[in-house]
Design a protein around this ligand. Structure first.
Ligand code: GLC
Length: 539
């Protein structure tokens, strides 16, 4: 049976954090040429597309998510020629390239903002969100920055506040300005002309806000029903994000992306609305599916690791994703703690199985395939502004952004710079847990990922088949079927510390654990892929 599906539905996306993948020029920070040198690894691993976090000119206040020029490469990462070489070599190997697009805010050093802040009469004043102070001189409303403190900073020279949903170095762009909108849509065209295969849209649901700038109401029930953990969580963000007008904008963005040329491209939206799957799913574009191809689904990051918890989450996603649209799952990224630490070593292997066998496009985060853990970054090496601001060691996002470990050479093959000159420290066991050593060990995490990716490639049922939960003989075993035509596989995972009896097991095609496999018993925390006998068509 054929699968007339776009590549982003059948493929697997791999997120590269360019600062930490491969340093080609010995400055302790990764770069685009470094990524190019490692493309063969991605092919060997078996992924289909790489998504690059920002490499644009930037003062790096938020590590590139503060863009000072949307159409160039920061010298730290190389130049446009290096980018072109990377895309060409990726395409030669059949890999697609997705770039990050940061539409909510620019850097305060972007020439647009420099011009905008110059005077109230600036021709670009309306490209950002400026407002007079409240009568008592305080900010125009109660909106807060996701990174702490008010979302408004007073510009003394012009006597107005500007809005920044994140750092004060990241002023929010005003998408209600037609000229700003055109300039930003042009940045999409710029990268499409250079051959990119898609965009990951940073905080996509933040772009438009209430034009009346109304105060956010208090949040009576923050997520999970617990007490708000921060002033930010104590508000209901009804006026500063997920504004209904964003949908019309994404229809325009989609038309620009789909209409550019004949290349099949994807848009991925970073949309965190954990308590409102319906509003998250609305970004697919309702019945017409004409907005974002895939709003990224972060639900698995916080799922309860019980049969009920997993089953409920997958059912909710399956129900929320509109007909004809395609689900996706994320288990890690540069904003989260490392998967191996969050879930622990036993569950991390099951997580690999889950992510690569559910119905939907998986996004892998570099290094998770080695089980790289969170790294305790010493106070004097903390870099993430969230961490610096909090002053609490470990609170920032550095711990999950540390350099990739390739081999046992100096600095794990990441750089020719010795470890203390790297922008962030390597993980402690890099001498043991690196690509070279794990690729030789058939029981390693890397070998597990590679086997799963290989199987996904071989089995249409795993790529695009229907999902059906199965009720097993044990309440600790999460089981589901994936089926496409006559191709059928069953995935089972034991979420308990005791062996679990399972009925009528066929020989597994894959087990997440090394060692002998028993047909009628799953070992504690073992997951399997089975091929039910006869590849039957009946339920
Ligand atoms: C997104 C990015 C994050 C960044 C924030 C502000 O959430 O993933 O790294 O700090 O946007 O741009």
């Amino acid at each position: 049976m054929t699968e007339p599906r776009p590549w982003w539905q059948t493929g697997v996306i791999y997120q590269v954090y360019p600062r930490s993948f491969q340093d080609s020029d010995g400055d302790g920070v990764g770069d685009l040429e470094g990524v190019r040198q490692r493309l063969d690894y991605l092919v060997w691993l078996g992924v289909d597309a790489l998504w690059l976090s920002p490499f644009y000119p930037s003062p790096q206040a938020d590590f590139g998510y503060d863009v000072a020029d949307y159409c160039d490469v920061d010298p730290l990462f190389g130049d446009l020629d290096a980018f072109d070489r990377l895309v060409a070599d990726a395409h030669d190997r059949g890999l697609r390239v997705i770039v990050d697009w940061v539409p909510n805010h620019s850097s305060d050093r972007h020439p647009w903002f420099v011009e905008s802040r110059r005077s109230r009469d600036s021709s670009k004043r309306e490209w950002y969100v400026w407002r007079d102070p409240a009568p008592d001189g305080s900010p125009p409303n109660n909106w807060l920055s996701a990174f702490g403190g008010p979302a408004w900073t007073l510009d003394e020279a012009t006597g107005q506040y500007y809005l920044h949903s994140f750092l004060k170095e990241q002023p929010d762009l005003n998408w209600r300005s037609p000229r700003l909108k055109e300039a930003m849509l042009d940045t999409l065209r710029f990268w499409m002309a250079r051959g990119v295969d898609g965009f990951r849209i940073d905080v996509a649901h933040h772009v438009l806000k209430d034009p009346g700038l109304r105060d956010n109401p208090p949040n009576p029930a923050p997520s999970g029903g617990h007490k708000p953990t921060s002033p930010y969580d104590a508000q209901l963000h009804v006026h500063d994000k997920d504004h209904p007008d964003a949908h019309a904008l994404y229809r325009e963005v989609r038309a620009v992306v789909d209409g550019f040329d004949s290349r099949e491209r994807v848009t991925l939206g970073e949309i965190h609305l954990p308590d409102a799957l319906d509003r998250w799913a609305a970004y697919y574009g309702g019945e017409t599916l004409d907005e974002i191809h895939m709003p990224l689904n972060f639900g698995l990051l916080n799922v309860e690791w019980t049969v009920e918890g997993l089953r409920r989450h997958v059912a909710a996603v399956e129900a929320a994703v509109p007909d004809g649209a395609w689900p996706n799952y994320v288990l890690g990224n540069h904003d989260e703690r490392r998967l191996a630490t969050r879930l622990g070593p036993k569950r991390a292997r099951l997580a690999a199985l889950l992510l690569l066998t559910l119905r939907g496009t998986p996004t892998l985060y570099y290094g998770d395939e080695l089980g790289i853990p969170d790294v305790a970054v010493p106070a004097d090496r903390v870099r993430d502004p969230m961490g610096v601001r909090s002053g609490v060691p470990g609170l920032g996002r550095d711990s999950g952004r540390t350099p990739m470990a390739w081999d046992t050479s100096l600095s794990a093959g990441f750089s020719t710079e010795p470890p203390k000159g790297l922008w962030l420290p390597l993980h402690r066991h890099w001498g043991r847990e690196n690509v070279a050593s794990q690729s030789k060990d058939e029981n390693s995490m890397l070998s597990l990922y590679r086997a799963l990716l290989g199987l996904r490639r071989e089995r249409p049922a795993l790529r695009t088949g229907a999902y059906r939960p199965l009720t097993g003989s044990s309440d600790k075993v999460f089981s589901f079927e994936r089926r496409l035509g006559s191709d059928r596989v069953v995935v089972s995972m034991n979420l308990g510390d005791e062996p679990a009896i399972v009925s009528s097991q066929a020989p597994p095609v894959l087990s997440t654990l090394p060692g002998p496999v028993s047909r009628d018993q799953l070992r504690p925390w073992e997951g399997r892929i089975l091929e039910p006998a006869g590849r039957t068509l009946s339920a």
